[in-house]
Design a protein around this ligand. Structure first.
Ligand SMILES: Cc1cc2nc3c(=O)[nH]c(=O)nc-3n(C[C@H](O)[C@H](O)[C@H](O)COP(=O)(O)OP(=O)(O)OC[C@H]3O[C@@H](n4cnc5c(N)ncnc54)[C@H](O)[C@@H]3O)c2cc1C
Length: 550
């Protein structure tokens, strides 16, 4: 594969040379370093690179250049290489323009000149950006292939699993690809039993369960030890934060997660309000970074679903979907919430066949130039609408209330208003979904009465419920299934009858000592990434206090 390119742009040739030298010294072995002395020259170079299908990973441009400013160049460069990371080099006096450019030109970062020493001021920033670029970059294809139907729930699940675990694959739609039939025929596989995952060594899996697929793509499904200090259920922001703090503070930590690290946030195209990411960060990137961080600090991850919890004296046993158990002194429950389903005729039959819950980012490309619907008026629906608007010809948001102001953050409302192919239908509900093999139309009710709209995809964000039914009754919960912890365990000032300890429950401790609760699944929690991260981190402090009592 050709080395990806880092392109430096500056009209001051001395500065340009200095930038190029610094880039070459640190990145020269993995990347090709190129230069241009003006915005226009850089655009010409990029156009040629595009024709030759060469990858451009990063653009580093000075702001003050005659003819075309750095911001103008980076904005135009987006059309040629939308995925390349865009960094502006500015004098201190131009800082305000640079901050504005985060919104207008969607630059990823700005750096003030001078950037000496580069080890402190340049390389950490660029390395971080290049890691993000690499995570989304699909090199010329040499790997795994998935053959399936676009309108099949299991096909959708396999693709979502692979993409959320950052396993590169190429998807072949059996209805649209002649190659797909040929590949199945060569391997004597039945085109009626899909999806099929083809591996480079010629082997195949037919309609695999996530655990089987996980094992085959190199993810871990079996614990390496019999006993851990802390087992974390769920690798969303809460579980990942607990894993980072637990592992870094010396606790033998095991994280159980059936999907992919990142949780709900992992399906979010852009989180704009999480501290420390001025240009926003995709949920997948946040999940990937936190996963790497926790693993580097020593946390172990299993691709498994927790199906039960057994208490035996000081020991807590988490039961897994494959029938195994793992044991520990402390368990942190952070399984978050699951999307609420549409309760209308047709919804169950067409789930995964045009009706999707959550952002279903893997479907975005398949919706290219189609009209799609988003149901819901909260931030998650707004983010999804903005994401799909990049692919679909039109996105219609169906909102029960009179508008978005009461349910959505202002920055999202502003961006939706600026996006010409998003249309808002207030006071509108979905009554029924129609289609045989796949979704074909929806019956809606709005201010004009009932009406039917043709569509092949609808993405639903109508709230969520906690998936806590698998937990034993000793773990107390509220009437909606959210888990009670700490002071919320008290009713009329009294602790639950089963509480045998001589102390009050720790903050975030459930009704079973040593079993803690963090994130969206907790009764009364704030449904935000930052608060889930905060709770996961704090829970570890209480885990230490609990363990100190042994
Ligand atoms: C589309 C969308 C957009 C959002 N945008 C924002 C935003 O911009 N800013 C913001 O602050 N918040 C946002 N949120 C909210 C935020 O994502 C959540 O508050 C946060 O992810 C909660 O973290 P958590 O760790 O508690 O749970 P989750 O993120 O839900 O993670 C729970 C994890 O547990 C796993 N799990 C579930 N059951 C089991 C089991 N039995 N065994 C093992 N693992 C299990 C799940 O697979 C999941 O990965 C958004 C939410 C959505 C849905």
């Amino acid at each position: 594969m050709a080395r990806p390119i880092l392109l430096a742009v500056d009209d001051d040739l001395n500065v340009l040379e200095a930038v190029v030298q610094d880039l070459r010294r640190h990145y020269g072995s993995a990347y090709r370093i190129m230069r241009a002395a003006s915005g226009q020259a850089a655009l010409d170079t990029m156009a040629q690179l595009k024709t030759r299908q060469e990858p451009v990973a990063l653009l580093l441009s000075d702001q003050r250049m005659p003819g075309m400013t750095g911001v103008d160049f980076l904005e135009r460069a987006r059309e040629l290489y939308p995925e390349a990371r865009r960094v502006l080099l500015t004098a201190y006096a131009d800082t305000e323009a640079a901050i504005r450019a985060i919104n207008t030109a969607r630059i990823h970062y700005y750096l003030n000149k001078p950037w000496d020493p580069p080890e402190e001021k340049l390389y950490p920033v660029l390395t971080d950006l290049l890691e993000d670029w690499k995570a989304g970059y699909q090199p010329p294809f040499e790997g795994l292939r998935v053959i399936g139907h676009r309108w099949s729930l299991n096909d959708h699940k396999v693709r979502t699993f692979l993409s959320r675990n950052h396993v590169p694959y190429r998807w072949l739609d059996i209805a649209a690809s002649g190659d797909a039939l040929q590949l199945l025929k060569e391997r004597q596989l039945d085109p009626d039993s899909l999806p099929v995952v083809l591996f480079t060594d010629g082997s195949a899996l037919v309609d695999p369960e996530p655990e089987v697929l996980a094992l085959r793509v190199g993810l871990s499904t079996q614990a390496t030890q019999e006993f851990y200090d802390m087992v974390v259920v769920g690798a969303g922001p809460a579980g990942l934060a607990a894993a980072v703090y637990g592992a870094s503070e010396g606790l033998r930590t095991l994280v159980i997660e059936p999907e992919a690290p990142g949780g709900q946030a992992g399906s979010t195209s852009k989180i704009e309000n999480y501290l420390g990411f001025p240009a926003g960060i995709s949920g997948a990137d946040l999940g990937r970074r936190a996963h790497i961080q926790a693993a580097r600090l020593g946390a172990e991850f299993l691709t498994q679903r927790a199906t039960g919890l057994r208490i035996d004296g000081q020991y807590r046993f988490v039961q897994l979907a494959d029938g195994r158990e793992v044991s520990s002194h402390v368990v942190l429950l952070a399984p978050g919430v699951q999307y609420r389903m549409l309760e209308i005729p047709g919804a169950e039959r067409l789930a995964g066949r045009g009706i999707y819950y959550g952002a279903a980012l893997v479907e975005a490309v398949a919706c290219k130039d189609e009209e799609v619907f988003v149901v819901g008026g909260a931030n998650s629906a707004g983010q999804a609408a903005l994401h799909f608007a990049k692919f679909a010809s039109k996105v219609t948001m169906l909102v029960r209330g009179p508008g978005l102001a009461a349910t959505m953050s202002k920055y999202l409302i502003d961006e939706i208003e600026r996006t010409s192919n998003i249309v808002l239908e207030p006071k509108t509900r979905v009554l029924e979904a129609f289609g045989e093999e796949r979704l074909e139309s929806l019956l809606l009710n709005g201010p004009v009465g009932d009406y039917r709209v043709p569509t092949s995809s609808v993405f639903v964000f109508i709230g969520a419920a906690p998936g806590t039914a698998w937990l034993p009754s000793a773990i107390l919960r509220d009437e909606k299934g959210f888990l009670l912890a700490g002071p919320d365990l008290k009713s009329n000032g009294k602790l639950p009858e089963g509480w045998q300890e001589q102390r009050e429950p720790f903050l975030l401790e459930s009704s079973v000592p040593g079993v803690f609760v963090a994130g969206d699944v907790r009764h009364g929690s704030v449904k935000r990434v930052a608060s889930a991260v905060g709770e996961g981190s704090i829970a570890v402090q209480f885990a230490h206090q609990y363990l100190a009592g042994f």
